[in-house]
Write a protein that binds this ligand. Structure first.
Ligand SMILES: Cc1ncc(COP(=O)(O)O)c(C=O)c1O
Length: 357
């Protein structure tokens, strides 16, 4: 059967390998907490309407986003997870001969969508696991069409300040689309408004998801703020009816339950900071995280492999990040306190015996 050579040349997006482990892992940055009870209730009610197609205009969800985050409703598009919107924006705004610039440690799915579009994915080094705006600006060429910025970053967990993002936008040619992926934005303690505001100035897109702080990864709901003209073009390639009725109802209720999400964020951050403290006390390097995971750097690849094995033996599945070139690191999602205490004990003990490594 005839296949486009470009498709043949694409490597499949690597799916996480949990070695047959069928319990929640520490590998996908899912929430350690159940979704809001109000969201669960809304989901049960929406199931009764499963015979009907969902609202293709996402009206209630858009209103909830606008009301709770103070953004303009008409600029919001919704996706089956933010992956859906990443893929649509990359396909709409880049193609063969174009470059997509991203910091070295940016969500790898972007590289995969760049390949689908036939665009060249260019990675720019970071300084000590922090995005360098100066390096990104220096790397822009006439072929650059999109700059993709994950803030906070994955897999580093670090973030740059709003003022740096504003400076980046101001330094870019008007024809370069800046996409700011804020999948972990709820865990960032910065005011989101200065970045949302960039969308009103044109040529900047901000993406968010219900998969992390809201605990709805299994439902697949993401959304983005798009300048009106960009949103109009992206909308042409978004599948209509892309978000199910149950997902729309649950996401709407979850967004409206502000007290619940704030509590999840606060509790997750407290568990994260205790884990990071324990790991640093054991001599491991852990960059400051503004997400629901930590990156842990070991003395070398051998120690990282041993750490992964020991965690797995204890039923704890962390994420290898060799795909980012970080062979000496593991990324660990923040789970329940009991699990994180065990992670601390296993990794702390390892350091005690690392004379062998
Ligand atoms: C930085 C970042 N962006 C986007 C996503 C995709 O999230 P989803 O498609 O579940 O909204 C993830 C998922 O891990 C992520 O880490």
């Amino acid at each position: 059967m005839r296949l486009f050579s470009r498709v043949e040349a694409i490597e499949a997006f690597p799916l996480a390998d949990f070695g047959g482990h069928d319990k929640p892992t520490l590998a996908q940055n899912e929430s350690a907490f159940a979704p809001s009870p109000a969201a669960l209730e809304a989901g049960r009610a929406a199931l009764a309407r499963a015979a009907l197609y969902p609202d293709p205009d996402w009206n209630e969800l858009r209103s909830a986003i606008a009301e709770t985050l103070g953004v303009e409703r008409g600029l919001v598009l919704c996706g089956a997870g933010s992956m859906d919107l990443i893929s649509c924006v990359v396909r709409a705004y880049s193609g063969p001969g174009d470059e997509i610039l991203a910091s070295a440690y940016t969500y790898l799915f972007v590289a995969s969508t760049a390949a689908q579009a036939g665009a060249t994915y260019v990675q720019v080094p970071e300084d000590d696991f922090a995005v360098s705006v100066d390096r990104l600006i220096d790397a822009v060429t006439p072929a650059t069409r999109i700059i993709f910025l994950c803030n906070p970053g994955n897999p580093t967990g670090t973030r740059i300040g709003n003022a740096e993002i504003v400076r980046l936008r101001a330094s870019l040619p008007a024809g370069v689309l800046l996409v700011v992926d804020q999948a972990y934005g709820e865990f960032d303690d910065q005011d989101p408004r200065p970045v949302f505001q960039l969308v009103n100035e044109g040529n900047t897109v901000v993406l968010r998801t219900l998969s992390k702080a809201y605990g709805l990864a299994g439902l697949r709901v993401g959304w983005g703020l798009f300048p009106a003209d960009v949103g109009r073009e992206v909308r042409k390639i978004v599948n209509s009816n892309n978000v199910t009725g149950v997902a729309l109802a649950m996401a709407t209720a979850a967004l409206q339950d502000r007290a619940y999400v704030s509590d999840v964020v606060r509790r997750t951050a407290a568990i994260r900071d205790r884990l990071a403290g324990r790991l640093r006390d054991a001599g491991l390097e852990v960059p400051s995280s503004f997400t629901n995971f930590v990156l842990v750097r070991f003395s070398g690849e051998a120690e990282a492999v041993l750490a992964d094995e020991r965690l797995r033996a204890g039923g704890l599945i962390a994420r290898k990040v060799a795909g980012y070139g970080l062979r000496d690191c593991l990324r660990i999602t923040i789970g329940r306190e009991e699990e994180m205490v065990r992670v601390g004990q296993i990794l702390g003990g390892l350091r005690g015996e690392s004379g062998a490594i």
